[in-house]
Design a protein around this ligand. Structure first.
Ligand code: CA
Length: 177
């Protein structure tokens, strides 16, 4: 139990100093993902409260250069999740590394770096699930995106409901594993 109780402080410490799990040196506490796989939440939480909002809000990173789409996603996802946004790839990759989001929404058509490269860079640094947003719709391109390590795909124009449902589904899968 002592180990479990120490989790929030370790997590906060990481938030404060901005260090990712990978920076943890020898003798420091283990990365958050290892610890959260323990069934603590299942024990203290009644089974009849499936709402995601009742769990600690997942942190979603939105990397999208189109301002309207970005704001739209931010307000929509903000009802349920903590949302971080980046309008370009460079900041997006940095946030993905340092802010430890639970899920990343990645637009493939970014101005500074091709989205495919962004996905690869993120994958190199973290196992955070990636949901790709793209106007590219051909099967070949979809498969290409999934091969980059993306977890799912939403083709623009997308409905708000579809994005939220896909985000929830990925988070559920991720929490179980
Ligand atoms: Ca774009």
């Amino acid at each position: 139990l002592g180990v479990l109780l120490s989790v929030p402080s370790a997590e906060n410490a990481n938030k404060i100093n901005g260090l990712g799990a990978r920076r943890n040196g020898p003798g420091q506490r283990p990365p958050r993902r290892v610890v959260t796989s323990t069934p603590v939440l299942a024990r203290v939480r009644p089974l009849d409260s499936p709402s995601m909002a009742e769990q600690s809000a997942a942190r979603i990173l939105v990397i999208e250069d189109h301002a309207d789409t970005r704001r739209f996603l931010e307000s929509m996802l903000g009802r349920e999740f903590e949302v971080l946004v980046s309008e370009n790839a460079v900041l997006g990759i940095e946030l993905a590394r340092n802010q430890r989001p639970d899920l990343i929404l990645l637009d493939l058509g970014l101005p500074d770096v091709p989205g495919e490269t962004v996905a690869r860079e993120i994958r190199r640094a973290t196992a955070t699930p990636i949901l790709i947003l793209t106007a590219k719709a051909s099967e070949e391109e979809r498969i290409g995106g999934l091969q980059l390590g993306a977890d799912d795909y939403v083709t623009k124009p997308f409905s708000p409901q579809e994005v939220v449902l896909r985000v929830q589904a990925i988070l559920r899968r991720d929490r179980k594993s």
